[in-house]
Design a protein around this ligand. Structure first.
Ligand code: HEM
Length: 268
């Protein structure tokens, strides 16, 4: 009797705990979606190489979080931008750490992305039916590089200023569209307050928004198409399955040593 009461109590406790999740699932199907994403089947012989995409995603999320914290203190104004960065580094609690993570994390993000891209290329994972995901990846790469370019100006020191002058001048040399592109990036005839405001807005709103959308599409395609096996895999597409080893016959007609543990066909 006491056991039954205990059981029903723990059941009702579990029901209460899962109620918010059940509520959400019934109205949106979100919980089922997340469960499908986390527990979907992948080829049995995927290995460390396949973790580079998730590593890149983690680096991106670190950039998002540290970027939001930096934006709370940064001032996108030519007279105070540099000082605000110094303030973050020297005065704000753990500011040096957050800034360092964002600055170094940018390189980590790009390096991981190239490593992930290299893995996809060397494994031939860009081939049918994943060409579209490769194209989305190329767009992500270009957008992420642009994020790096716009972020580089923000500390507004000598390095930032002159690196941006060089980058804008290089863009200006493009045939036909070059001068327009350079003018749009500068926000006028010279690099100044409008350039900084423009780069800040692009760096913290436009490009991260585009990246979130593109990465969402990328992951949707990964889940929809599944991941490829490594080229050396026995399960790789187009590979002939290896023939089953035939158990040696034994007995009175064809005597052979009894092979312990040899797999036999079900018919034998
Ligand atoms: C923010 C950048 C990126 C993130 C967060 C990301 C994330 C991922 C993840 C989690 C996977 C599945 C696991 C894996 O294969 O590692 C994947 C697969 C894939 N990625 Fe990316 N990726 C990024 C950039 C790129 C780039 C730059 C390319 C190529 C230009 C690319 C092309 C692909 C392709 C074709 C697949 C399918 C691979 C397969 O099926 O084996 N990705 N990505």
């Amino acid at each position: 009797m006491a056991t039954t009461t205990k059981q029903s109590r723990s059941q009702s406790l579990a029901k209460t705990a899962t109620y918010p999740l059940d509520w959400l699932e019934e109205r949106s199907g979100l919980i089922g979606g997340v469960r499908y994403f986390l527990f979907r089947k992948v080829p049995g012989d995927t290995g460390w190489w396949h973790t580079l995409g998730s590593a890149t995603l983690t680096a991106f999320l670190v950039q998002l979080i540290t970027g939001v914290i930096l934006a709370m203190y940064y001032k996108p104004d030519v007279n105070s931008a540099h000082e605000s960065v110094q303030h973050i580094t020297n005065d704000v609690w753990a500011g040096w750490l957050v800034r360092g993570m964002h600055r170094w994390g940018a390189s980590v993000f790009i390096i991981l992305m190239f490593m992930h891209m290299g893995r996809v290329f060397l494994f031939g994972a860009y081939k049918y039916p994943r060409e579209l995901n490769w194209i989305v990846g190329v767009l992500i790469l270009a957008t992420a590089l642009f994020e790096g370019l716009t972020g580089y100006l923000l500390p507004f020191d000598q390095t930032a200023y002159w690196a941006t002058v060089v980058a804008i001048n290089i863009n200006g040399t493009a045939p036909f569209v070059g001068p327009y592109l350079a003018s749009i990036l500068r926000g006028g005839a010279e690099i100044g307050p409008d350039t900084l405001a423009r780069f800040y807005s692009i760096h913290m709103l436009l490009v991260p928004g585009a990246l979130i959308g593109l990465i969402g599409l990328h992951l949707y395609l990964v889940v929809r198409l599944g991941v490829t096996s490594p080229p050396w895999s026995k399960d790789a597409a187009d590979r002939e399955p290896e023939p089953e080893p035939v158990a040696p016959r034994s007995g009175l007609v064809q005597p052979a040593p009894r092979a312990a543990g040899v797999r036999r066909r079900p018919s034998e």
